[in-house]
Design a protein around this ligand. Structure first.
Ligand code: ZN
Length: 231
């Protein structure tokens, strides 16, 4: 890693932060429930993003007083940059949305299908710390069925963004509904936010539950049946 003076020089030469005016004038094109993504979000390649984030993260560590010449810290900036782009926030890129294979509902199974306890790892967009929990999904087939692991992949894709739990819940419900061609979907998320558990109020025992019930799941009987399965 370069010495600090050099780092500043490199940043001046190679990086240009959007100036404030441009920053605020850049409108993101969203409807409520969409992740606010800038219009120019994909002007940079993943490799260019990794390069820039590496330099900025090194700067943050350096400002915190860390010596980036230390063996153990030297590669942390590039490690974090790769993790952000390729894993933690991989779901910001629509190109990474899982392609979904549907099958005919040959068995005429017309009851609800529930996939529960899907592991969920996301990131709180207010503090950039993990949200860890479980998602429970239910749907009633409108004639097509989905490969089960694709449900996990849809949960994972939307989780790999900076999130608030309410939006994450809606995005998963919207995607399932659109892919399966039915309004009959249910999504429940029960998650711990490390911004609550590890800092601030430091409450390690609370969790946050969000739920979206659509179509047939709006009926009390169906909803109670779904809740019996996941509890
Ligand atoms: Zn938070």
């Amino acid at each position: 890693m370069k010495q600090n003076g050099t780092l500043h020089k490199v940043m001046e030469d190679e990086l240009s932060l959007p100036d404030q005016k441009h920053w605020f004038e850049t409108l993101h094109v969203v409807t409520s429930g969409d992740t606010p993504i800038r219009k120019d979000a994909f002007d940079l390649s993943d490799e260019e993003k990794i390069k820039k984030i590496t330099l900025y993260f090194a700067e943050i560590m350096s400002i915190l007083g860390l010596d980036l010449n230390d063996d153990s810290l030297r590669d942390t900036p590039v490690r974090v940059a790769k993790m952000f782009v390729k894993e933690t926030f991989n779901g910001l890129d629509p190109g990474n949305k899982p392609s979904v294979t549907l099958f005919d509902n040959k068995y005429s199974y017309n009851q609800m299908l529930v996939e529960k306890n899907i592991s969920l790892y996301s990131t709180c967009e207010h503090h950039f710390v993990p949200i860890i929990g479980k998602a429970h999904i239910g749907y009633i087939s409108s004639g097509k069925v989905i490969g089960l692991s694709k449900i996990n992949r849809i949960v994972q894709y939307y989780s790999q963004r900076p999130q608030v739990q309410e939006r994450l819940t809606m995005q998963i419900a919207n995607e399932l509904s659109s892919v399966l061609g039915t309004e009959d979907v249910a999504v429940v998320i029960d998650a711990t936010h490390l911004c609550v558990a590890s800092r601030g109020i430091k409450d390690i025992s609370s969790s946050t539950v969000t739920a979206e019930y659509r179509g047939a799941f709006s009926e009390t009987g169906r909803r109670e049946e779904f809740l019996r399965y996941i509890n």
